[in-house]
Design a protein around this ligand. Structure first.
Ligand code: RP5
Length: 160
């Protein structure tokens, strides 16, 4: 069964990263959540990046703020797709520090970067990656998109 690894640089990132956890659990996708700090636990980062695919993960979502090196370093170590979530941390310079340090990866080492605090979309994107090879998950994504559409149409119909 497909499993998504959700990691973050600090417990202070959890309120943002919870959106990824919630949406994936809503799709009945197994998640494993951990705190891995690029700067405070570099050995753990190395171990996680080197072994995530052996431990049964299919996709990694990595969130961090400030000098947000976690997603990029995990991408440098792991053969798995990495989705990066820039977190606007308390001492952030408006979130640009997080966005640019996750987004501006060198050629050869991609991180699929979502919007600032965009953990919900990170979860959906992880589900879509798994769904490309899993009909059950794909059908849940299709149903989710239908729900989005129905909600907009209902709102529009209520305007007049
Ligand atoms: C980063 O520094 C974390 O990802 C977090 O967004 C930020 C602040 O961490 P704490 O000082 O709150 O632990 O490493």
């Amino acid at each position: 069964m497909s499993k998504v690894g959700i990691i973050m640089g600090s417990k202070s990132d959890l309120p943002v990263m919870q959106d990824a956890i919630d949406i994936l659990k809503g799709f009945d996708i197994e998640v494993e959540v951990d705190i891995v700090s690029a700067h405070r636990t570099p050995e753990k980062l190395f171990d996680y990046g080197k072994n995530a695919h052996i431990r049964g993960f299919s996709v990694i979502i990595a969130g961090a703020g400030g000098a947000a090196h976690l997603p990029g370093m995990i991408a440098s170590l792991s053969p798995l797709p990495v989705i990066g979530v820039p977190v606007k941390s308390s001492n952030s310079i408006d979130g640009w520090d997080s966005v640019l340090s996750i987004l501006q990866m060198p050629g050869g080492v991609p991180v699929a970067t979502v919007a600032l605090n965009g953990a919900k979309n990170a979860g959906i994107l992880a589900a879509q990656i798994l769904g490309s090879n899993n009909a059950t998950i794909l059908n849940k994504i299709i149903a989710y998109k239908e729900e989005l559409k129905a909600a907009v149409i209902k709102t529009a119909n209520g305007l007049n």
